[in-house]
Design a protein around this ligand. Structure first.
Ligand SMILES: *[C@@H]1O[C@H](CO)[C@@H](O)[C@H](O)[C@H]1NC(C)=O
Ligand SMILES: *[C@@H]1O[C@H](CO)[C@@H](O)[C@H](O)[C@H]1NC(C)=O
Ligand SMILES: *[C@@H]1O[C@H](CO)[C@@H](O)[C@H](O)[C@H]1NC(C)=O
Ligand SMILES: *[C@@H]1O[C@H](CO)[C@@H](O)[C@H](O)[C@H]1NC(C)=O
Ligand SMILES: *[C@@H]1O[C@H](CO)[C@@H](O)[C@H](O)[C@H]1NC(C)=O
Length: 595
């Protein structure tokens, strides 16, 4: 072998080594998402398990992803896995909390996670100045760094619906006084000039120019965020967009300004089909699309089709509304099938790119999957419903005149114990109405302070069958009774303890009848990656153990101390008696001697 050949060879092996060392655990190549080198399709579930009577507006602010709430996610993760999903999407969590146990549990259940960097509305995370934008980007990068090595966390979303006018970001970016985008103020509340016209803007028009200006700034900001995050961790970066403003047209014109973004994303609510979504996006970009939300709610609400407004019907009344599990399941199945038939997981998709057609041999490779909305009904959502009456019906000042079109008169409803119908009219929904509190694949019931038992809707079994082939298995889900008795049931009643009356006879009670079954996590304390400790037994004094089946250590101490004390007393008594006898004898002897 010549020196030259040898050199070439060692150079080659070096290159190979370098290649494998830099191999990413997760990446987008072409239109495909590769996880540990294998093509992967997201079969995701949006996961925001806020219990009944809790709200993201109060502590813990929707952050149920800590050890304190392991009783919630340990309840859910095995069921989500059993349904055949492979990923979860979580919304905000508080960066100051530790989410390692949750992440470990996600991984241990064979699932992956997409986290959302919470930005809220533009008033909460302003982006008007360079300095403000830098601050948001730094905050994002810091959060990405926090779990940079966690194998479960593979995708981060920079914000949620940043392109929705209702969040105010487009306005702030467009209104920069130094270089305004010539934003038309009249349209601020209506979705910008382009949506107001109901179709993409005409090239050369003011609206065409304005929307390019605004979206190029938005995509530029998102790209900055993606670059900063990727410098911290080997993760994918997306930004969950609203499906508005003819998004494909903005991506086609300004998408090149976000080269570091891994996929375009949208939350698509267009009925029982994605319509032209995959086609138009596929023609607009080389990148794949990820559906960060899809699906419909499970409530058939007459409010959607009734001619009059506002709507006075309530859950459980005679209005002819009902829980429509069949429609929810049908829509989810049909949409999921569309995702799969447009999935880049398919064999031929390796080289798909912008505008790929049947003739190229790789059509329908637009998407890497989606997240089904959502795991469990969220009773808090009616608080900030889109269509509301201000004030609501129970207020003496209630007036039809101050209700939005087809608002439910009780909405916004801040009572998070109330399974209300708040939402808005949407023609694409099966019943013409979106009921925000009814998107659950499962539905909860209250079993005590923090504890909810969940029951599956049809969609659970149908999606499970679709994804795994498995049939119905109702025993997967526990009732309130089983949820409580799992933790609080007496195992074996203690018998024959010294110095104590025998325990009362068993009567099907909990906690060995020597304590209370408590459902408040603040009393029970945190669990961990494998164990939940809520509910728990709060034992009567003197007892301990997970079901109060044992004596408390302090009781043993007291008993021990008691025995010692008794011993000492006996000893003392004996000494005294003996002493007295001895003294009596001595006295007698002395008396005899004196005589
Ligand atoms: C719901 O929560 C509020 C506090 O936010 C509390 O006062 C109320 O008792 C709770 N209701 C139920 C039914 O638990
Ligand atoms: C839009 O921008 C183009 C090119 O920059 C310009 O020629 C055109 O006059 C603009 N249109 C309007 C209505 O401002
Ligand atoms: C792809 O998705 C569209 C809807 O966006 C749907 O009409 C179509 O049937 C799907 N599958 C194929 C192979 O095109
Ligand atoms: C909240 O709603 C629940 C369920 O409808 C109801 O029982 C409770 O009285 C309501 N609470 C308040 C403060 O109105
Ligand atoms: C959780 O369970 C796994 C598997 O049984 C075990 O390897 C791990 O050490 C456990 N972790 C804790 C904190 O108990």
């Amino acid at each position: 072998m010549s020196t030259h050949a040898r050199l070439t060879r060692s150079l080659l092996s070096l290159l190979v080594l370098a290649g494998s060392a830099s191999a990413k655990r997760v990446e987008v190549r072409g239109r495909q998402l590769l996880l540990d080198g294998q093509p992967f399709e997201v079969r995701g579930i949006c996961y925001s398990p806020t219990p009944i009577n809790a709200s993201v507006h109060f502590a813990p602010y929707g952050d149920y992803f800590t050890a304190d709430f392991s009783f919630i996610w340990l309840r859910d993760l095995r069921l989500i896995k059993a349904m055949g999903a492979n990923m979860l999407r979580v919304y905000g969590w508080l960066p100051e909390n530790d989410h390692s146990d949750f992440l470990d549990a996600v991984e241990a259940h064979g699932l992956k996670l997409m986290a959302t960097f919470y930005m809220g509305e533009a008033s909460e995370s302003p982006v008007e100045t360079e300095e403000q934008r830098g601050k948001v980007v730094r905050r994002f990068a810091e959060q990405v760094r926090q779990y940079r090595d966690h194998p479960a966390l593979i995708i981060w979303s920079f914000g949620n619906e940043l392109n929705g006018v209702w969040n105010g970001y487009l306005q702030q970016l467009g209104h920069n006084p130094a270089a305004p985008c010539a934003w038309d103020e009249r349209y601020d509340d209506l979705g910008g000039c382009w949506i107001h016209k109901g179709k993409p803007p005409v090239p050369g028009s003011q609206c065409y120019n304005t929307s390019y200006c605004v979206y190029s700034r938005l995509f530029g900001l998102i790209n900055q965020a993606a670059e900063a995050a990727k410098a911290e961790a080997d993760v994918l970066i997306v930004s969950a967009m609203a499906d508005v403003d003819a998004l494909y047209e903005k991506v086609a014109r300004a998408g090149h300004l976000a080269p570091s973004l891994d996929a375009w994303t949208a939350q698509v609510y267009r009925g029982n089909t994605f319509g032209d979504f995959f086609g138009t996006m596929s023609d607009a970009t080389d990148k794949p699309v990820l559906l960060t939300e899809y699906g419909v709610d499970a409530y058939h609400d007459v409010c959607g089709t009734q001619a009059t407004t506002p709507c006075y019907n309530r859950f459980g009344d005679e209005s002819g509304s009902y829980v429509d599990e069949a429609a929810q399941a049908d829509y989810a199945l049909k949409l999921t099938r569309e995702i799969q038939s447009n999935s880049s997981l398919q064999e031929h998709c390796g080289r798909a790119k912008r505008g790929s057609t049947d003739e190229d041999g790789y059509p329908n490779c637009a998407t890497v999957g989606g997240f089904l909305m959502s795991w469990v009904d969220e009773y808090w959502k009616g608080a900030t419903a889109q269509a509301k009456c201000a004030p609501t019906y129970d207020d003496p000042d209630f007036s039809v005149a101050t209700c939005d079109d087809h608002a439910h008169v009780t909405c916004g409803n801040w009572n998070a114990s109330d399974h209300d119908l708040c939402g808005y009219k949407l023609d694409a929904a099966p019943d013409g109405y979106v009921n925000e509190e009814w998107f659950g694949i499962t539905t909860p019931t209250t079993c005590g302070d923090d504890i909810n038992a969940i029951a599956p809707r049809d969609i659970f079994w149908q999606m499970r069958h679709h994804w795994t082939g498995a049939g119905k298995e109702p025993s997967l889900f526990g009732s309130c009774e089983t949820t409580l008795s799992e933790k609080c049931a007496a195992r074996e009643l203690p018998t024959g303890l010294p110095f104590l009356p025998p325990p009362p006879p068993p009567s099907g009670g909990h906690c060995s009848l020597r304590g209370q079954c408590v459902t408040d996590h603040r009393i029970c304390g945190p669990g961990d990656v494998n164990s939940s400790v809520t509910p728990c037994c709060a034992c009567d004094s003197g007892f301990a153990g997970s079901t109060c089946e044992q004596l408390d250590a302090r009781t043993y101490l007291a008993l021990g101390a008691g025995s010692v004390l008794v011993g000492l007393l006996v000893l003392l008594a004996i000494t005294t008696v003996v002493g007295k006898l001895f003294r009596a004898e001595s006295a007698a002897r002395a008396a005899t001697e004196l005589k």
